[in-house]
Design a protein around this ligand. Structure first.
Ligand SMILES: *Cc1c(COP(=O)(O)O)cnc(C)c1O
Length: 244
């Protein structure tokens, strides 16, 4: 069963191209990341064989379960889930090149200690809660710059930009507001020219709102459902501190 993954990937790439064209951006500036939570390795493999290069999990346990099955096929792993400090050691076993969900200094400090011990470095994006919803992780917008400054002092962590999950709303203007806020923060922090910090990446936009995110400057869009289909587990399982 190769289900419809290839078809869906083509449709997503068309959406990205159209969204870029609508605002005069080059589609080469927008990277497609596949959010693979709940998706079996065999189906992820189909996407990688079709030329996809960037995937991300939300839970270390799933990363671990699928790692061996995907190891032989070249690709890049990011991590986009809420990371508990007791999972850091495990995370570092699975070739994750970028933690997109860095949202607190305690996590950064513990990650740094572990990376130092293993003589490694890691790219990070700072996750910002642009929607103000309690259910979403991320540093409040007003605290993002201070967090970037603190993380910049940790030599193993390379800050590359910001990440957010937009508001779930049918009101496109409200959704765009989240993405615009992230872009403004990125520009503001970039202007501060913090040593060692690159403020290039804006990881924002998912299956339902990638057009709005691209219009506001997304450099990475994270897509799950539109490629792999509906997930069996509600997202609250992945996005809420108290479960899982
Ligand atoms: C699941 C997930 C996505 C993808 O969401 P879809 O709506 O399925 O495209 C993107 N970002 C994060 C952080 C996720 O957990």
């Amino acid at each position: 069963m190769n289900d419809n993954i290839l078809h869906h990937l083509a449709a997503i790439n068309d959406r990205i191209a159209a969204a870029c064209k609508a605002v005069g951006r080059n589609p080469g500036e927008v990277r497609l990341l596949l959010a693979t939570k709940t998706v079996p390795a065999a189906r992820i493999r189909l996407a990688l064989e079709a030329g996809q290069t960037l995937i991300a999990e939300n839970k270390v346990q799933e990363l671990k379960e699928k790692f061996a099955e995907l190891e032989d096929i070249p690709h890049e792993n990011h991590f986009i889930g809420h990371l508990q400090t007791n999972k850091i050691k495990d995370l570092l076993k699975y070739n994750v090149s970028c933690l997109q969900s860095l949202d607190r200094l305690e996590l950064a400090e513990k990650l740094h200690q572990r990376l130092l011990a293993e003589n490694k470095e890691m790219d990070v994006l700072i996750q910002v809660n642009t929607s103000g919803e309690d259910s979403k992780f991320g540093v409040p917008p007003a605290e993002a710059k201070v967090l970037v400054q603190a993380v910049a002092a940790l030599t193993t962590l390379k800050v590359k930009g910001l990440m957010t999950i937009g508001l779930f709303s049918a009101d496109t203007e409200k959704v765009k507001h989240c993405f615009r806020l992230l872009r403004h923060l990125r520009d503001e922090i970039a202007a501060a020219k913090i040593e060692g910090v690159e403020m290039k990446e804006l990881s924002m936009g998912m299956s339902g709102d990638l057009e709005a995110a691209i219009a506001e400057g997304a450099t990475i869009v994270r897509v799950g459902t539109a490629v792999f289909g509906q997930r069996p587990t509600p997202d609250s399982y992945y996005w809420n501190e108290n479960v899982g």
